[in-house]
Design a protein around this ligand. Structure first.
Ligand code: HDE
Length: 710
């Protein structure tokens, strides 16, 4: 590691970067008028009132007054990056899309990750679904795959979306709580809407508190269609598989991270890209032939159901790499407009009623968010291919479209722009046969709300199950009404009785024998009561191991953050042995000391301190290392926060290594009771620490650390 990079050199790099944009530029108004003073308004005398005449003040203040646009109604809090997509193999047997057939293409992408419920300034570690929206700038036009980090959604029909979101957002009378589902209105809704239970149990799982955006899966959720050159359709589900595996933090960490660094995920994505640790995901597809549409015990059009990978394997077809941070958050991350309706020939929709509603909603929302129909002209939203049509004018038209005609057909412009034949890439919707009554109802085939939550729960490791029980207990414990909690307990008991019993114990309540029938939203007010569905549960698969994070990748420690606890006199030999190996494997090392500035090791070398203990927290790191050195350890032993730092890392099941006198510091903590723990490494090889860190956490420790008072 660089022993002593000065702040001064960072300042110079920043200056160089910024200077490039502004080199030889004079300060002007928006009209290009050179400005002589931007610090003082025009006044009638030195202590006099400001003059209405001051056009410079008015322009500056007006621009400022209108700096904000409405934040997204959902997914307001987000972070994004640029990158590219490469195809491994052509899948022309399924799709004619250029992005799926041309293996020589590099398709630029812009990806925005988000939470759903919180406002734009809410903390990153809320328990929530994460948005995973990808804009592919393809040569046939822009394709948006607007997905989430969970493979299913809460509801089955777009008509329910406003109800779902109103229930989870802060309660309207007092605007509480922010970015949190743990409140009465959400559970009132969930307990009356059993179709939500599958997505809900995923939200109770570790998937809802990811370690990093870079360590999440992504899913298109809906079943889409792929269309090949012959016009044949195959059903498809899209998956993003992170190269770094799927990893999460614990709830206790999430709560503390929100206080210590509410930009934790945003910073993590930004820093990783700046450091050259480019996040990567492989794109996978699950293909279901048209003739197998009714082969499953669930409906492919139902977005609350996943197709277990054990039933239809995921075929990996390409890779996405994010390699560039945005240059301007507002212009890019805030103004980007994703629309599920942005597709290209070779991809098409199904009749999933949620997807159908989304096709309307996203365009509609951009009109109020971005101010009119020309949002496609904002640089981040422009396709990489030119667009020509007869749409004109409107708010914020930035182009000067030339010519006499703005209609079709025309002869005055020779019939241009002309239409494209299907063979020339003209979009043509899949010709699905439809012969039906017009009804306002839901298909019977959408009625099983319990089999898949139960399958998910059955498929998890014991520590994942414990986290789910804790999450339900926390969330319901925050509700004020026992009857809402009891309804939930009964519903959870229909998923798994052991789980419900655990939660009931935590809440101090009994699981009711029965509850008033959950309202089935497939049924309108005129429906007969006996049509309401009792919970059904089918077991078409005992377990689906791919649903568990215990079966994810544990290979790399690239970009993992290791805190090294030091004070003056720390052992350079131990430090170097360990840090050289960690850095070779791509880990990020941060020196934490009793104070900022510099520390001097036992070889008299000065090292820059990355954070004084006062300014940081154990929850911001993946692992910690104590290099020893008697003088350093004696000092660290006197600072309570270092002891807390270590205890907390231990409680969160992280890998801890200490060498030499470092053991003395360990002996002052609760860690000393568990020295046989596989992720507590005293005087062991650096490679063993690397292996422990690659495992992400030693979850086996979880049950033993409950007594640690931090
Ligand atoms: Fe969205 N959703 N959504 N959603 N959604 C929006 O569009 C909506 C749904 C998703 O980073 C909004 O531009 C309806 C499913 C992501 O900019 C809005 C329904 C999935 C993002 C909207 C759904 C998503 C949004 C708000 C039910 C996963 C953030 C701002 C029919 C497959 C995109 C905006 C970004 C954003 C509506 C359901 C994912 C209001 C009506 C299912 C990742 O239009």
């Amino acid at each position: 590691m660089e022993p002593n990079p000065s702040n001064e050199s960072k300042k110079i790099t920043d200056l160089e970067k910024n200077y490039k944009n502004l080199e030889n530029k004079t300060f002007t108004t928006n009209q290009g008028l050179k400005v002589n003073d931007t610090n003082n308004s025009l006044k009638s005398g030195e202590r006099g009132s400001t003059l209405l005449e001051d056009f410079l003040l008015r322009e500056k203040i007006t621009s400022f007054d209108h700096e904000r646009i409405p934040e997204r109604i959902v997914h307001a809090r987000g972070s994004a990056a640029h990158g590219y997509f490469e195809l491994y193999n052509s899948i022309e047997q399924y799709s004619k899309a250029g992005i799926f057939t041309d293996i020589n293409r590099i398709t630029p992408v812009f990806v925005r990750f988000s939470t759903v419920a919180g406002s734009k300034g809410s903390p990153d570690l809320a328990r929530d679904v994460r948005g995973f929206a990808v804009k592919f700038y393809t040569e046939e036009g822009t394709w948006d795959l607007v997905g989430n980090n969970m493979p299913i959604f809460f509801i089955q029909d777009a008509m329910k979306f406003p109800d779902l979101i109103h229930s989870v957002k802060p309660e309207p009378n007092r605007e509480i709580p922010q970015a949190a589902s743990a409140h009465d209105t959400f559970y009132d809704f969930v307990s009356h809407t059993t179709e939500t239970l599958h997505n809900h149990i995923w939200v109770m799982s570790d998937r809802a508190i990811p370690r990093s955006f870079r360590m999440m899966e992504g899913f298109g959720i809906h079943t889409f269609r792929l269309i090949n050159n012959k016009g044949d359709s195959h059903f498809v589900k899209f998956h993003w598989k992170p190269k770094l595996g799927v990893h999460s933090v614990t709830w206790d960490e999430a709560v503390k991270i929100n206080g210590a660094d509410s930009d934790f995920h945003r910073r993590d994505l930004w820093d990783a890209i700046e450091a050259g640790h480019y996040p990567e995901w492989e794109l996978g597809i699950q293909i279901v032939p048209q003739e197998d549409e009714f082969k499953f015990e669930f409906d492919l059009l139902d977005p609350t159901k996943l197709i277990p990978e054990e039933m239809v394997p995921v075929q990996i077809i390409g890779k996405m790499t994010l390699n560039k941070n945005p240059e301007n958050f507002f212009a890019e991350t805030e103004q980007v407009a994703f629309l599920p309706g942005h597709i290209v020939p070779g991809i098409d929709f199904t009749n999933d009623p949620l997807l159908q509603g989304r096709l309307f909603s996203y365009r509609d929302t951009q009109l109020s968010r971005l101010g009119g129909p020309n949002f496609h002209q904002i640089p981040i939203n422009r396709p990489i291919v030119p667009s020509h049509n007869n749409q004109r004018d409107g708010m914020m038209q930035t182009e000067i479209v030339k010519g006499q005609t703005a209609y079709f057909p025309n002869s005055l412009t020779g019939g241009c722009p002309h239409l494209a034949k299907i063979a020339e890439g003209g979009f043509h919707s899949y010709e699905e046969r439809i012969d039906a009554k017009k009804i306002r109802n839901r298909s019977e085939s959408f009625n099983d709300h319990f089999s898949q939550p139960a399958l998910f729960y059955r498929s998890l490791a014991h520590w994942e199950k414990q986290h789910i029980a804790d999450a339900y207990t926390f969330e319901l414990g925050k509700c004020n009404h026992d009857y809402i909690k009891e309804r939930m307990l009964w519903l959870i008991s229909q998923i798994d009785n052991t789980l419900a019993t655990q939660v009931a114990k935590g809440l101090g309540l009994e699981i009711p024998k029965t509850i008033e029938q959950p309202i089935n939203h497939a049924i309108g007010a005129d429906a007969e009561i006996d049509k309401q569905q009792p919970p059904k549960k089918k077991i078409y698969l005992e377990v689906a191991p791919t649903l568990s994070q215990a079966n994810t990748k544990f290979e790399s420690i690239e970009s993992r953050k290791v805190a090294v606890l030091v004070s003056d006199g720390f052992s350079m030999k131990n430090f170097k042995n360990m840090v050289d190996v960690l850095e070779k494997e791509g880990a990020v090392i941060k020196l934490i000391a009793p104070h900022g500035g510099q520390v001097i090791c036992d070889e008299n070398i000065k090292h820059k301190v990355d954070a004084a203990i006062m300014t940081t927290e154990s929850v911001l790191f993946d692992a910690l290392y104590i290099p020893g050195g008697i003088k350093s350890i004696e000092k660290l032993k006197t600072e309570g926060k270092f002891i807390k730092f270590i205890n907390e890392a231990f409680m969160h099941c992280k890998a801890i290594a200490a060498d030499g006198d470092g053991e003395d510091l360990i002996n002052k903590t609760f860690v000393s009771d568990f020295k046989d723990d596989i992720a507590v490494l005293i005087n062991q090889k650096a490679e063993s620490f690397v292996n422990a860190l690659a495992k992400h956490r030693n979850w086996e420790r979880m049950d033993n650390v409950k007594h640690i008072p931090v």
